[in-house]
Design a protein around this ligand. Structure first.
Ligand code: SF4
Ligand code: SF4
Ligand code: SF4
Length: 338
């Protein structure tokens, strides 16, 4: 078939789950095969960087890039695929927001290397050997990608056309996007506007079927600490659930499994910073009101101290895309201007 389009799929700093999600679209994968030549997909098909380098610019119609930008190879491939593709899709939470790898922004390259290669019980490394970018051996040079201090999102590195969040994106969202591309290819239907988010515009709370009533918290629990009522809103039970700050589109999957939302679909369009928005939502349901402070300042500090891992709770998937982006590791001395 000569009118097939070229598609590429690539993974940066990710777990491979986004690639597996593409295989989970069942028989629709055959439709993808009918519509497209998959010209590059390292996890599934043997292919080399030089194959991509040899492709004419913009000869790939769409690249689905999953994973964050953690090292020089991720960045190089993102830039190369951008050059070769008409459309770049930021596919999955790691590419869109930094995702779980983005939590590495609480430290830097040195901190991670020290921990992994000298401090963990599994690191039997008395000579303190660390991976090097270039290693000279008797058979020649071996090179490794350079790990960066800071994890970035795909759009902090290259221009992105569409975003499909989720850890990984759901089958419904993938099918929706492939359907749009198919209609564009076969019937000339218009594509979504640049920058479109392939997901719902509602919040997860709109999608969640749990019973909601007035929330006033005086205790915060981890999910394993109480018997969770399967019908009632998590937040009302004292369990932090990021539903009010999170974009809908996953079908409230975790809630169906009786677990709170950790926010993998990222913030809604109205929310600038998912973690900040959730902190503010949480503050509004503490047992305090305008007329009567049922909790004093110490009580509130005590209550907030019950959140075991604040950064991991509020910014589990979005730290590199948040306002703070990363932990400050080095402070430059303040110089007073003359
Ligand atoms: S978004 Fe989730 S499933 Fe996809 S690569 Fe990142 S961690 Fe894996
Ligand atoms: S906070 Fe969580 S449990 Fe409550 S309605 Fe929103 S998504 Fe559902
Ligand atoms: S419920 Fe939350 S964490 Fe779970 S899949 Fe949906 S958006 Fe992601």
């Amino acid at each position: 078939m000569t009118d097939k389009i070229n598609i590429a799929i690539y993974w940066g700093a990710g777990c491979g789950g986004c690639d597996v999600a593409l295989l989970d679209i069942d028989e629709k994968i055959l439709g993808l095969g009918e519509m497209a030549n998959i010209v590059f997909w390292p996890i599934a098909v043997d292919g080399k960087t030089k194959d991509v380098e040899a492709m004419p610019d913009k000869s790939i119609v769409a690249t689905l890039y999953n994973g964050a930008i953690r090292n020089s190879e991720n960045e190089h491939m993102a830039k190369l695929l951008r050059q070769k593709s008409l459309l770049m899709v930021s596919f999955g939470s790691c590419a869109c927001y930094g995702g779980i790898p983005g939590l590495g922004n609480v430290t830097n390259r040195k901190g991670i290397m020290d921990l992994v290669y000298t401090q963990l019980p599994t690191s039997d490394n008395v000579e303190k050997v660390f991976p090097q970018i270039i290693t000279h051996t008797k058979d020649g040079e071996i090179d490794l990608p350079e790990m960066y201090d800071t994890v970035k999102t795909l759009d902090q590195c290259i221009d992105v056309d569409y975003y499909m969040p989720g850890c990984p994106p759901t089958t419904n969202l993938i099918n929706e996007f492939l359907g749009v591309v198919e209609k564009h290819v076969k019937e000339g239907a218009p594509l979504p506007p640049k920058g479109a988010m392939i997901a719902s515009n509602k919040t997860l709370c709109d999608e969640c079927k749990r019973k909601k009533s007035v929330k006033k918290l005086d205790h915060i629990y981890s999910p394993h600490e109480i018997a969770i009522d399967q019908e009632k809103c998590m937040l009302e039970q004292g369990i932090i659930c990021l539903g009010s700050s999170t974009r809908a589109g996953c079908g409230a999957k975790c809630l169906e499994g009786n677990q709170p939302c950790r926010g993998c679909m990222g913030p809604t369009a109205e929310v600038l910073d998912q973690g900040g928005s959730m902190l503010s939502a949480l503050a509004s349901v503490l047992k305090v009101d305008d007329k009567e402070a049922l909790l004093n300042e110490n009580d509130i500090a005590e209550l907030m101290a019950q959140v075991k891992d604040p950064l991991g709770t509020f910014y589990c998937y979005t730290l590199p895309k948040s306002i703070i982006k990363r932990k400050v590791t080095e402070r430059k001395p303040f110089k007073k201007e003359a």
